[in-house]
Design a protein around this ligand. Structure first.
Ligand code: FES
Length: 601
């Protein structure tokens, strides 16, 4: 098959690439290192992946494009990147805001000092100690190691290859020296005299759609900066299943996904370091809390076992790994602590969230719900912890919804119905350009209350769509996708409750973590039927508990130990194998609080 030359113009850059005949432009862009946002996963529904065609020739339009052009949603001279198939050489201009190279969004908050205080353990993952050899000792490898062990009260101490080299070449044999220690068990490095005492840690929540990161000062325990941006892996598939399918059995694809994750992390790390006026070389420790698939892809561990029943991860616990081995450009000696997986599709992000909320040892019965592309749920009853995952899909992250957006400036994050119209608030108080998860949930709740959305999910007669703001409306297919996402989570909660013999009325609380930002209205969560109608004081908004938990594990050895014990303590439930799974899912398609009341277990 002949190769076709494509000129891709972005900002002031021109990239010349080659494509196979018939290849879609979106794929060509991704292979040229210019991945774009595919809001409806390239199905030609949202009409938002338009690019300007600068060539004379005009490749034939797809049916989706013709439809959008009839509806005047596609301007003359523009084509959809997800639909355009290449048949001849072409020049296209890609709008800047279509490129996936992410908006880096600052995140509020840090590690709650309360939680650290409750653990009574400030013991960062990597520490530096300035030590002195006693005057009686002869400077040498033996005396250095003896001084470190006795000075720090350690019985055992492994030695990294870098430290071992320095000991052999006698690089640090001065009376005063600095020892860099990982988790009180590994001598990472030795520096003569007093080394640079700035030592930073990077907490990471590697999600399917979004990567969030927090830079911490490991000496003072302070949060220096936090931010999130899109996971560049999205160019290879919007959800976990498509990425597992892409990588399974194909080491080259596995490597592409790892590289995309590392690029996302590198961009965030640079932005955070810039904000904190630090250098990336000061980062000695990383705690990764990703979902099970992300943990595999980050480490380039094959994901084949997650692609078919019984959907087992290749590992639950993983030894810490040198960041340089993975390809993270930090301090060359930096180490990565991996928050353990808890089962198929229940990953280190849930472990981190459970550690942060201290749920495992809280007396009483609690649900922990982490909403994301992959919904993860934990139920704690007495000493038992059950965990499960549900395929919620990326709808609440704005993907696949015609007017959906992640929580970027301009996204409607909150709506209410007042005086016969929607009143809304946007992120960054900018002009509305779409709706993010909390806004979408708000529209469902308010429309149900107003009576023009039925619990069946049908928009009532006379309204083809729900108009929220100028040129922003939820269509019937949008509502169906949101219904499916909600049903996956609701039925998951219900089946876990049933497996443990609990009723929702017996819950002492629900922690809601994940995709929704601070603007989520918990009462609207109940009205839409996402959560059971418990008193509001029992519903705790945990925000990005995975990121907070990863930060906590960087600062506390006790938190790390607790995390490592969790896989042996939890019981993983495969929801698809629970009796009545299908029936429960169908019931859960009903919107509103009625679902919980009517179908009380
Ligand atoms: S129309 Fe191309 S991604 Fe939606």
């Amino acid at each position: 098959m002949g190769r076709i030359k494509v000129r891709l113009i972005t900002g002031k850059r021109i990239v010349v690439s080659e494509a196979s005949r018939g290849q879609r432009l979106s794929r060509v862009l991704s292979e040229a290192g210019l991945p774009i946002k595919l809001y409806c996963q390239g199905r030609g529904i949202c009409g938002r992946c338009f690019v300007e065609v600068k060539s004379e020739c005009w490749p034939e339009e797809s049916e989706a494009e013709k439809g959008l052009r009839l509806e005047r949603r596609l301007r003359p001279g523009f084509r959809l990147a997800c639909q355009l198939r290449l048949r001849q050489p072409l020049t296209v201009r890609i709008p800047d805001d279509l490129l996936l190279l992410p908006e880096i969004k600052k995140l509020p908050g840090g590690i709650s000092p309360k939680r650290l205080y409750a653990l009574r353990d400030f013991n960062p993952l990597v520490k530096k100690y300035v030590l002195q050899l006693s005057v009686k000792s002869q400077p040498g490898a033996e005396s250095l190691l003896r001084t470190i062990k006795s000075g720090l009260g350690l019985k055992e101490l492994a030695i990294s290859p870098a430290a071992s080299r320095k000991l052999k070449t006698r690089t640090v044999f001065s009376r005063e020296f600095t020892a860099v220690i990982y988790d009180d068990r590994l001598l990472l490095d030795l520096e003569p005299g007093r080394g640079d005492d700035r030592i930073l840690g990077l907490a990471l929540d590697l999600g399917t759609t979004t990567v969030s990161a927090r830079l911490l000062d490991l000496v003072e325990g302070k949060t220096l900066a936090s931010a999130s941006s899109a996971n560049l892996q999205a160019a290879f598939g919007a959800d976990l299943i498509s990425r597992v399918g892409f990588a399974a059995g194909k080491p080259v694809h596995l490597q592409k996904l790892q590289r995309a994750a590392l690029n996302s992390i590198a961009r965030l790390t640079e932005a955070l370091s810039f904000e904190a006026r630090a250098r990336t070389k000061m980062i000695y420790a990383v705690c990764l809390a990703g979902n099970a698939v992300m943990n595999h892809l980050f480490l380039k561990v094959p994901v084949d076992s997650l692609g078919s029943a019984p959907f087992k991860p290749a590992f639950l616990l993983h030894d810490p790994v040198p960041a340089s081995e993975i390809g993270l450009r930090l301090n060359p000696l930096a180490m990565v602590f991996i928050s353990p997986n808890l089962g198929g599709f229940v990953g280190g992000d849930i472990t981190a969230g459970l550690i942060y909320t201290a749920l495992a040892d809280k007396p009483g019965n609690y649900l922990y719900v982490d909403l994301g592309t992959n919904g993860e749920i934990a139920l704690k009853k007495g000493r038992t912890i059950l965990v499960a995952s549900t395929a919620a899909g990326p709808a609440f992250e704005g993907s696949g919804i015609s007017c959906g957006l992640p929580a970027v400036p301009g996204a409607i994050e909150y709506v209410s119905w007042s005086e016969s119209k929607f009143v809304y608030r946007t992120t960054g108080r900018q002009k509305p350009t779409g709706l993010c998860g909390s806004g979408l949930l708000g529209v469902l709740a308010e429309s149900l209350k107003a009576g023009w959305l039925l619990p069946s999910g049908r928009i009532t007669a006379g309204r083809p769509e729900i108009q929220v703001a100028p040129r922003l409306a939820l269509t019937q297919p949008d509502i169906r996708k949101l219904q499916l996402a909600l049903a996956a989570i609701k039925s998951g909660m219900r089946l876990l409750l049933r497996s443990s013999g609990l009723k929702w009325t017996e819950l002492d609380g629900i922690y809601l973590a994940g995709v929704f930002g601070n603007s989520v209205d918990l009462a609207q969560c109940i009205t839409a039927g996402l959560l059971p109608p418990l008193p509001l004081r029992k519903i705790i908004f945990a925000g990005n508990a995975s990121l907070a938990g990863a930060g906590l594990m960087l600062l506390s050895q006790k938190a790390r130990r607790e995390a490592l014990k969790l896989p042996a303590r939890v019981q993983h439930i495969s929801l698809a194998e629970v009796d009545g799974f299908q029936a429960e899912f169908l019931k859960a398609l009903h919107l509103g609080r009625h679902y919980w009341r009517k179908n009380d277990a």
